[in-house]
Structure formats: structure tokens, C-alpha cells
Design a binder for this molecule. Structure first.
Ligand SMILES: [Zn+2]
Length: 271
């Protein structure tokens, strides 16, 4: 089955080629600064990337942009073919929080296969698409693995995942409530697609909220988080891990028949 692909208008905030080139210059600088051979090789690969000879690395903002445009168009088309309820689901695996050293040996196959099994056990045999992401959480000094997913099911059906995700999914050094499942209603699909497949790992900094902005009246300290660019050494680590994982390694899907899969190369005519 060949689906013809319309070119959809990209969201306004979508990164420009010029911005991607600027970002690549920073990436090359951080990778060279890292000093190791692997970093220098990736820096050269990104530095020499051109439109005619793309390097194909997730760590390259230009190649990542090209991939994001492709994914955006195909996912839009895919969404048009489904009229089922759909939610943005974020799943956090606290038990797999990683140190910098562990990040160097990141292996996504087992994480993805566990997620697939959990979806199955929760009775979610529906279509699920999305991707894997890591945030560095500076307050605990660890990388936190999570998935951003589009799940084509009702909120009640998705809730069946919660008890499964709470089992053993604990990080002892975390002195706060673990929330491994977040289910959000989708407001703007376009922004959401680019959010799910952004392929940028950042530093999620946690900070206390001023008393006057707290929601609870108990006087207890409340926190919020904000994403920041990673420090140069951690940025280099993240870029190397992104490069090793590859686009297909980072993407996740479950229950999508091959003939309908938005990213199955055989099914889509991009012309
Ligand atoms: Zn490239």
C-alpha cells in the first residue's frame, strides 16, 4: 500500500536551517573540547555535513531537522487516518536513572522491549508511537530516562499502566514522590509531534517556587523545573549517546501494523 504524502505546513517555531548551522557550530566546539577521539570523530562528521552529503547523525542539528520534517509529515498523515481517542503519555523509568559513566553504555533495546511488555500487560494493544528521551537532572546528578508517546486509547484504558509502572520503579536517592506516568490531553498536534521527536537532551533544573506563587497553603516548599542547555562536557556526552542510538533506536512504536506505520519506508511515497 502506498500512501501519498502531502507536505504540511511546519509549526511557526520550527527551527530554521540558519539556526541549525549555528547550533552545529556549538556542538562541534563542545565535542572537540571533550578531548576524546570519539568526540573528535563526531565533531568532524557534523562539521563536514552538507545538503548533498548529509552525515545522518542524530547529533547533527541539520540532519535531525531533516528527519523531524519527514516524521512531521508522515505523522500528520498517520493521524488523519485514525479517529480514535489519543493522549500524550509520558513514562519515566526512575529505576534506570543513569550516571555519566552509565550513559556511555546506553542500551535502548531492553528499555523499549520492557515498555512494549508493560503496554501489553496493561491491555494496551492499541497503536502507540513516540520516542525515547533523557534529561539530566542536576539536583540528583543523574540522567533520567523517559518516553514521550502518543497512545490511541481512552484515559481509563491508559490508567491501567499506572500500577504496573509503580512496581519497583523507584530511585532511592530521590526525596520526592515518584510520578512515573503522566497523561495529557492534546491541544495542538503540530507542536506535539515536533516535541515528541525533538532529539535534544537538556538539563532539567529544579528550583523552589516563591511563597506567593505556591498552590498549597500548607507552607511546604514547592518546586518547579525548567530546561537549560547542558554544560559543555555533558552536552558532548549526550551528543555521543544520541549518535550511537540513531534515529530508529530512539523511536518507539507498538501495535502499529507495518502497512500503516508512519515511518515504514516501504509504505510512503514522499514525492
Ligand atoms: Zn548532518
Amino acid at each position: 500500500m502506498i500512501l501519498s504524502l502531502r507536505k504540511y505546513e511546519l509549526p511557526k517555531e520550527f527551527e530554521s536551517v540558519a539556526k541549525c548551522k549555528e547550533e552545529n557550530n556549538i556542538r562541534v566546539k563542545h565535542l572537540r573540547k571533550e578531548g576524546k577521539e570519539e568526540g573528535r570523530i563526531l565533531a568532524l562528521k557534523i562539521d563536514e555535513c552538507t545538503k548533498n552529503y548529509p552525515c545522518g547523525s542524530v547529533a547533527c542539528r541539520l540532519c535531525s531537522r531533516a528527519s523531524r520534517i519527514l516524521i512531521f509529515n508522515r505523522t500528520k498523515r498517520f493521524l488523519e487516518t485514525s479517529n480514535l481517542p489519543c493522549f500524550l503519555v509520558t513514562i519515566v523509568y526512575f529505576q534506570d536513572a543513569m550516571t555519566d559513566a552509565q550513559l556511555a553504555n546506553l542500551e535502548l533495546g531492553s528499555l523499549k522491549s520492557r515498555l512494549r511488555k508493560q503496554l501489553h500487560r496493561a491491555g494496551l494493544k492499541c497503536e502507540v508511537i513516540g520516542s525515547f528521551e533523557l534529561d539530566y537532572q542536576s539536583d540528583i546528578g543523574l540522567w533520567m530516562p523517559h518516553f514521550h508517546l502518543l497512545v490511541f486509547a481512552t484515559r481509563a484504558e491508559i490508567e491501567a499502566l499506572r500500577s504496573l509502572l509503580l512496581k519497583k520503579n523507584v530511585l532511592k536517592s530521590l526525596d520526592r514522590v515518584h510520578k512515573p506516568l503522566r497523561v495529557d490531553k492534546i491541544k495542538k498536534f503540530d507542536d506535539l509531534i515536533t516535541y515528541i521527536y525533538k532529539f535534544i537532551w537538556e538539563d532539567r533544573k529544579r528550583f523552589p517556587i516563591k511563597k506567593e506563587y505556591r498552590k498549597k497553603k500548607s507552607g511546604k516548599e514547592e518546586y518547579r523545573t525548567k530546561k537549560h542547555r547542558l554544560s559543555p562536557d555533558r552536552h558532548a556526552m549526550a551528543l555521543l549517546a544520541l549518535d550511537r542510538s540513531g534515529f530508529s533506536g530512539l523511536r518507539f512504536s507498538s501495535g502499529v501494523p507495518r502497512f500503516r506505520h508512519p515511518l515504514c519506508m516501504e509504505n510512503v511515497n514522499d514525492g
